[in-house]
Design a protein around this ligand. Sequence first.
Ligand SMILES: Nc1nc2c(ncn2[C@@H]2O[C@H](COP(=O)(O)OP(=O)(O)OP(=O)(O)O)[C@@H](O)[C@H]2O)c(=O)[nH]1
Ligand SMILES: [Zn+2]
Length: 363
Amino acid sequence: MDNQSQGQKEFSSETLLGTVLAVQANYYSVQLDSGWENTRENSKSAKLLCTRRARLKKIGQQVMVGDRAIVEEPDWIGGRGAIADILPRQTELDRPPIANANQILLVFALADPPLEPYQLSRFLVKAETTGLDVSLCLNKSDLVTEEQIHQWRVRILSWGYEAIPISVLTGTGLEQLKDSLRDRITVLAGPSGVGKSSIINYLIPNVKLRVGEVSGKLSRGRHTTRHVELFELPTGGLLADTPGFNQPDLDSSPSELAFYFPEARQRLERDTCQFSDCLHCDEPNCAVRGEWERYEHYLDFLEDAIARQEKLNQQSDRDAALKLKTKRGKSQYEPRLESKKYRRPSRRTEQQKLEELYQDSDL
Ligand SMILES: Nc1nc2c(ncn2[C@@H]2O[C@H](COP(=O)(O)OP(=O)(O)OP(=O)(O)O)[C@@H](O)[C@H]2O)c(=O)[nH]1
Ligand SMILES: [Zn+2]
């Protein structure tokens, strides 16, 4: 059986494959896989600035940072090329828009700013909703005692996470951190001031220079734009930085929220609730409710999730029945004449609402 009959795409040795590191306007910076250098003696850089083939535009195929791209017509001298196709994505994140990420690395500080369990919990749940592996490191270990580090680790372990204590200042834990990033696409996230920039600068000493090259005045683009860029780690692997936010907006539905808490997942693996649609709140014979530290956080996030869902339901009910008309500067809802015809736009509105909710959470 040849490759094709197994449903796999066959690539000739001439096929150029690479990873999209940055997207700007209609240009894509593609880092070619290593190995091609031996056959291309004239080339200077393994990075090509590519356009997207018209065929891809026609079929509406977007190209995201992290995408695996097939590159054609390389102009080795000019450092240009064209993306002819995108390989199927393993994972896909919306915000930040990144394809094929493997893990989220959350960074928090043990002190300065102080470690807030509720905020950490929110970030952890948000990270869990992506479906990617979640890892956590606690920076600034130099500012607290060994005993305090130990207490935090034990506490966070009871939540289901192993936290790596690190210090960019003293170098503690940084080798372990490097190992955990090797050959993977990692998305870095965490609140402001915990040391994310310091970590990037440590891991990629020439990052500033390269940022200047690729994105010019955008700098790292944080806080201001939705610019996403993957940075190559010298030891292999790629790192994406995300805009810093203090309280990420949770977007899980009430029914799935429990699955984003390892403590609740463990309980549901061992036992089942009496009601299949149990929200683990005050239902009888619930397997999840109990004496675990973050149960309070769960209830709090659940309340938010229920409120959010109700709001969305109301919104889509209203969209289905009424349409908003603006007359002489005044807005008012009017009954729809043909509700079927309007169903599609109303779903789009719902999606926009969700996106707005997201955007509002960005600081
Ligand atoms: N004591 C100590 N200070 C650190 C350490 N790492 C970073 N800092 C300091 O913490 C402050 C914030 O660090 P940044 O790297 O800018 O933090 P950030 O997470 O990128 O912050 P935003 O850009 O606001 O998201 C700086 O003054 C750093 O020098 C550390 O390991 N120990
Ligand atoms: Zn339950």
